[in-house]
Design a binder for this molecule. Structure first.
Ligand code: SF4
Length: 369
């Protein structure tokens, strides 16, 4: 049993129809009983919920403060490599892009670690393109102990792996795995993933099951907003989350809501998600799931990020580089995508404090353990 067995029985066309025929009365009912209710999530993601965004935002702020206090966890991506054996038409690392390719060696990794530590981060997200042979389990097993010596919390956003490989990395100190489906709409998925292992929609969809079975503490889901109807993708991600929480109740969960950004050889969004739509989505997920961690990357502008910090978000990155070796050599052009908020980590921390929130650099939970 995995999510694919559930997924094939989800009536996507009916859900899409329901999203666009939701009435204000259904939204009002959803606002009374949003927690853990997929029908309510549908209503809150629908166009009919747009006039209720202020009400949703007020509830979302209150629930987030209740569960997470006034804290925003700070994390930073560390790109290990930009090699990739896949072709995804929205990504600068796609195999056919003429780009200088790089895998960090021990000395280069150390230099990145020192610079990131100097910015006070204790939570790191290791990222790489998907290249099983050159940047696979052997490479990760070498890298993890070196990284773990400096960071209490390690998350990874790399290619999907086997249960055994994830279990090996858990023993070495891996805390979280982010694996984004990009879109839950099969035809759209096929159109954007044209070469390499990532073409296999089902294998990717089953990855969070393997991650949970390997005993990884936290699992991150995400969709790339702009590839197709964002309301439907968000709702299907909600179904995925609900399944995982029921099946693997020991794990913690997070979501990421990245909007499509410009990159080398990239594409234009098919569907534009407005700032207001992004707010609606964050609030809908907070009302649906009070424990869910929601992360916000530097893809969004400083002004929008500042307004989103209090709304329901729990983790933010700042001063990110999206290229291997980018903290040591910021001027090389190996980026995965362009970032929008290029403020320093200190400037972002100040902006967070101005909203009455605390930027949290340390993983206190591990310290207690
Ligand atoms: S999205 Fe991931 S798999 Fe696709 S080209 Fe970029 S790095 Fe490779």
């Amino acid at each position: 049993m995995s999510f694919i067995d559930v997924f094939k029985n989800i009536p996507q066309a009916e859900l899409q129809l329901a999203l666009y025929s939701t009435t204000p009365q259904q939204v009002e009912r959803a606002l009374q009983r949003p927690r853990g209710n997929l029908d309510s999530l549908l209503a809150l993601l629908s166009p009919a919920a747009e006039p209720y965004i202020e009400q949703m935002a007020a509830q979302s702020v209150a629930l987030t403060r209740q569960r997470f206090g006034a804290n925003l966890g700070m994390f930073l991506p560390l790109y290990l490599s930009n090699l990739c054996a896949n072709e995804c038409d929205y990504c600068g690392f796609s195999m056919s892009n003429k780009l200088k390719r790089k895998i960090l060696n021990t000395a280069e990794l150390d230099s990145e670690i020192q610079l990131i530590k100097a910015m006070h981060y204790d939570s790191i997200l290791l990222v790489s393109g998907e290249h099983e042979t050159k940047v696979g389990i052997d490479y990760f097993s070498n890298v993890l102990p070196q990284v773990k010596r400096h960071f209490n919390h390690i998350a990874m956003e790399v290619q999907p792996m086997s249960i055994m490989d994830y279990a090996t990395l858990v023993e070495q100190g891996l805390d979280a795995v982010m694996v984004y489906q990009e879109t839950y709409q099969r035809q759209t998925y096929a159109a954007h993933h044209t070469r390499g292992k990532k073409k296999d929609f089902a294998y990717r969809l089953e990855t969070p099951d393997r991650v949970a079975q390997a005993g990884v503490d936290k699992i991150g889901l995400g969709v790339l907003l702009g590839l197709d109807d964002w309301r439907l993708d968000a709702l299907l991600m909600g179904h995925h989350l609900a399944y995982l929480e029921q099946q693997y109740w020991r794990s913690r969960y997070s979501i990421s809501l990245p909007r499509l950004r410009p990159c080398t050889g990239g594409i234009e969004p098919k569907v534009v998600l407005t700032d207001r739509g992004l707010v609606q989505m964050i609030c809908a997920f907070r009302l649906f799931n009070h424990e869910l961690e929601i992360s916000l990357s530097t893809r969004e502008s400083p002004a929008l990020r500042d307004n989103l910090f209090p709304l329901g978000v729990t983790h933010v990155s700042a001063a990110s580089s999206t290229q291997p070796g980018g903290y040591s050599n910021p001027d090389t052009e190996l980026d995965q995508f362009d970032i929008s908020d290029d403020r320093s980590s200190r400037q972002v921390a100040n902006a967070i404090m101005q909203k009455g929130l605390n930027p949290v650099w340390k993983d206190w939970e591990r310290a207690w353990m």
